[in-house]
Design a protein around this ligand. Sequence first.
Ligand code: AMP
Length: 748
Amino acid sequence: DAVAVVFDYASLTYRVLNERANRLAHHLVRLGVGPEVRVGLCLERSLEMVVSLLAVLKAGGAYVPLDPGLPAERLAYMLDGSAVPLVLVQAAQRGAVPAREGVEVLAVDELAERLAAESAENPKSGARPESLAYVIYTSGSTGRPKGVMNAHRGVVNRLVWMQAQFGLRTDDVVLQKTPFSFDVSVWEFFWPLQQGARLVMARPDGHRDPRYLQEVIEQRGVTTLHFVPSMLQPFVEAVEAGRCASLRHVVCSGEALPPALVRRFYDRFAGPVALTNLYGPTEAAVDVSWWSCAREDAGDVVPIGRPVWNTALYVLDAALQPVPIGTPGELYIGGVQVARGYLGRAAMTAERFVPDPFSTEGGARLYRTGDRARWRPDGAVEYLRRLDFQVKIRGFRIELGEIEAALRQAPGVRDCTVVAREEETGDRRLVAYVVGAVEAEALRDRLRRTLPEYMVPSAFVALDALPLTPSGKLDRKALPAPEGDAYARRSYEAPLGEVETALAEIWAEVLGAGRVGRRDHFFELGGHSLLAIKLIERMRRRGLHTDVRALFTTPVLAELALVVGGESTELEVPANAIPEGCASITPEMLPLVELSQSEIDRVVAGVPGGAANVQDIYPLAPLQEGILFHHLLSQEGDPYLLSSVAEFDTRARLEQYLAALQAVIDRHDILRTSMAWEGLREPVQVVWRHAPLPVEEVELDAAAGDAAEELWARYDPRQYRIDLGRAPLLRACIAEDDGRGRWLLLML
Ligand code: AMP
């Protein structure tokens, strides 16, 4: 009955999650799912996502994550390549799945009736250690993404090792924020669920917004979460460490972890929080090596550390001979976590997964990582750089060759190359250099149809010819830096009004983009998620409040201006609130209301504790004015009063419930707000710092029959009037139901 998974305001206990996954699994078995059968999942982060992942595995099958945000062409390629007979979706995502002959699309949120008839017992999956667990697609250098096939035994080894190493407890809370099409999500999902801990699903898009992350960490008491280093950086800078007091363990992987970031991390987060650097490719069950980062030893390089259980790391030369300690070579991975290979790509599999010359086990293979590395004398490995044209941009693994292949198919492109250019900010952007008569905008639109957003270059530079070295090879160093016009511009329209003008100024500054118009598109001007975070911060400072998600849904300046609010949506005491413990409140402290000192004194006198207990005074919203009007108009009862009765088996549980309710009241300003109007020129709302919930004990007449009925009758909302001058605007009445030995709570 412990909570297994939380999403927004909904949660599932272990029992319910298991039963729901079992019913779906039985249904999948009926549809033919079993070992080696692949099932596509095209879902947004949600409870259904967790149920579906478990159900596919419980049915013995393997899941293929299909991110609903990918272009249809790419999804179609993945559907064909993975030969899934079935795709599970949420009804809302149905449209994202391209129609394919022989592929059934099932909306898991529309199956309730069919699933009710299925057994809730654990199915027998029939899966073996070597059975396929999932296929995750990653960028392919030859122009098409490739599906990596991972088996159960590798994943299980990885999870069991992680538990032995870091000991997740049942009171731990793990945040799931990595999109499920990236393998970090595998441990985010299954580690907490294997250990009886709590899995908290970040809202879709939430992973990009440090403010949102801070909020979930604080509200949900998150203890464990993952970042790619380039996202850890803005998080460390943006959050108030004090609000992340629950954090115990931050795990990094995916890119080299800069030592300066380790130091900054420990400077910001004092207290018992650990930072771990994990390393590994999708081709070897998520991670194969680990390093515990201590503040003291963050020297010049943070090593990727030592191998996990049942895993061997080798640094080899071109003849597959081990090189001496300290000498760079290519990193190879051996052991149980090595994947089965690339789905339907035998040649590519043979090239990257080679026979393991160091193993005595028949058929053992090494995965060739393409990473240059070296051993340190202390037995840890240092990552040096890539040996090929695979790059990481904000944690996303990208083969530049795949983007080039897509560009070459565009009509008019005679030659091209794509590079990841380091910006002055230390940040990287993709720049395409194109020879031929083609418009940047047309190229961008074309690439968008086949590539994920993070693979579409930010800038397109037209060249007469690609620069060559004397030996005739591409001279990357001679490629010019992109100028302002390389970022495709919409035709210029001057910003209108104050908000648009302010936004245009901030965009120009953050993007380094010169003149910005109202039709300009943040991401087409070279914006990306890190710059988005910077932009939101700058906007906040100028009183323009929004969140990163809004920028992703409304990236055009004029549209963003419409959703930008003048007020913070966060639940924090506003900076201009009356200082705590203030003895007197003056009109200057209340810029929003037009009250005289004597009126303010009157308001303050109505609050128990006086000025020291007043957090803020401000005008009513129009809707609240309406509520007040109807309250004053009616003589009896209150048209807006709601009441409900709840039943508890013991007095102690009732008390616990009231204590929890009080905690909610303490947390939310609006629940500690009363109204004042008498003797004032304008009605106001008053936020109290402390507003204890009034609890009244009621003696029921034992002989009167139904106790709940009697309680209802005493506090009939048709007659009862609530005192709007007293926060919280809630009343609790409790009574013992003698006849049934239970406790009743009436809330008004
Ligand atoms: P992916 O398959 O997305 O996990 O990408 C794997 C590649 O990311 C590796 O081959 C490395 O190039 C890089 N990588 C992953 N983790 C680290 C790390 N901790 N330090 C440096 N590079 C890393």
